[in-house]
Design a protein around this ligand. Structure first.
Ligand code: P1T
Length: 387
């Protein structure tokens, strides 16, 4: 089946046999526990909702289908998904190679939690160059962690090249596919071992649920993740599972509209006197535009730019927008904008983030699916108010 069809049907086929009720939409199974006839085995396959829940399982089937994975697991947040991967793959003394442009919360998890409490070390490298990843691998490296496109600088990592380097050395590659979703990029088909998502973003798509997901095809690793997810309790609730199931049904149409508007906004901003640098992989001027056309089926709805001036101009611009909400997060139908340096990436020390290019004048936009004319008008008005 094609993507649009899987997005609507996978995991949600009506059950007309046996005790099935023919629901076209999977019900929200709120029961926290499940009765059984015999002490030694669960009669209907479920024991307790932390361990397994029918609504969550429907979502997990859907998510696996969309990423071309054998298994999906739905977590209480993107960070819960990342934490569970860390706990399942890493042991004290292990080493991680991570891209140097990452969501601030991921950096915080590595530096403030996994490094001090699990005793692992993390090297951050410019993963736009696969050779730098190769050079950073050591005998103790267990995991390569990539975001592509990166948050917030929209840089790309060559998933195929990096996964193949890592695999040769017996190292797992995990790709955070939150920014473009499986509609535009399928990391597992390019050789990655694990895909991670914040479903709080495009997969749910309506800025009204926090969740995370992991998709993978390795049986051993799936077992470990499932065990650890249950052990630490990092599960998505039945209600949120339903929300993400509902959201994924329109993922394809939403992503097409996000991209159409993002391209329009990117082209408009690229020539704007108030903008000194644009970051959108769909623009031919993006240094990795060729990789973008090869690795992705589209360019997504996220973009960043450097505003002329500095922090003062950036803050004034953001505060003068009326249609774009000034808010963290991304991937909802409504346009959002933010200042990574002081918002989503504030947990990274200033010197670290500036080394990578996350400056005080970097503005990030999650382009929504409103009418493009209205978006351009709002941006132009906010620029005009600066002069
Ligand atoms: O917020 P949560 O669902 O826990 O997901 C964390 C996360 C993981 N990976 C990426 C690439 C992300 O962007 C995020 C969350 N990011 C934001 C809230 C943000 O505004 O960038």
């Amino acid at each position: 089946m094609k993507f649009e069809t899987e997005a609507i049907h996978a995991g949600e086929e009506p059950k007309l046999e046996g005790a099935g009720t023919g629901d076209v939409v999977v019900p929200i199974h709120l029961s926290s526990t499940f009765a059984r006839r015999e002490v030694t085995k669960p009669t209907c396959g479920y024991e307790y909702s932390r361990q397994g829940n029918p609504t969550r399982e429907a979502l997990e089937t859907r998510l696996a289908a969309l990423e071309g994975a054998r298994w999906g697991l739905a977590f209480s947040s993107g960070m819960a998904a990342e934490t569970t991967i860390g706990l399942s793959v890493l042991e004290p003394g292990d080493h991680v190679v991570a891209g140097d442009d990452l969501y601030g919360g991921t950096w915080r998890l590595f530096e403030r939690v996994l490094a001090p409490h699990l005793g692992v070390s993390v090297s951050y490298v410019d993963a736009t160059d696969p050779e730098r990843v190769a050079d950073a691998l050591t005998e103790r490296t267990k995991l390569v962690w990539l975001e592509t496109p990166t948050n917030p600088l929209m840089r790309l990592c060559d998933i195929e090249a990096i996964s193949s380097i890592a695999r040769e050395r017996g190292v797992l590659t995990a790709v955070d596919n939150t920014f473009v979703t499986p509609y535009f990029q399928r990391p597992l088909a390019l050789g990655a071992d694990v895909v991670v998502h914040s479903t709080s973003k495009y997969l749910n798509g309506h800025s009204d649920s926090i969740g995370g997901a992991v998709m993978l095809s390795d049986e051993e690793l799936h077992k470990k993740l499932k065990f650890n997810q249950n052990a630490v309790g990092a599960i998505l609730s039945p209600f949120d599972s339903y929300m993400v199931l509902r959201g994924t049904k329109t993922l394809a149409v939403r992503m097409r509209e996000h991209e159409k508007n993002a391209m329009r906004v990117a082209e408009h901003l690229e020539g704007h006197p108030g903008v000194t640098r644009m970051y959108y992989p769909g623009l031919p001027s993006h240094p990795q535009h060729e990789l973008a056309t090869r690795q992705m089926f589209g360019f997504g709805g996220m973009l960043s730019f450097e505003i002329a001036g500095g922090l003062t101009e950036a803050c004034a611009f953001l505060e003068n927008l009326t249609l774009f909400a000034l808010a963290e997060s991304l991937g909802g139908v409504e346009s959002l904008t933010e200042l990574p340096a002081l918002m989503t990436h504030a947990s990274i020390p200033k010197e670290e983030r500036e080394k990578v290019g996350v400056t005080d004048s970097l503005v990030r936009i999650s382009v929504g699916i409103e009418n493009g004319d209205d978006l351009i008008e709002d941006l132009d008005r906010a620029f005009a108010s600066l002069s």
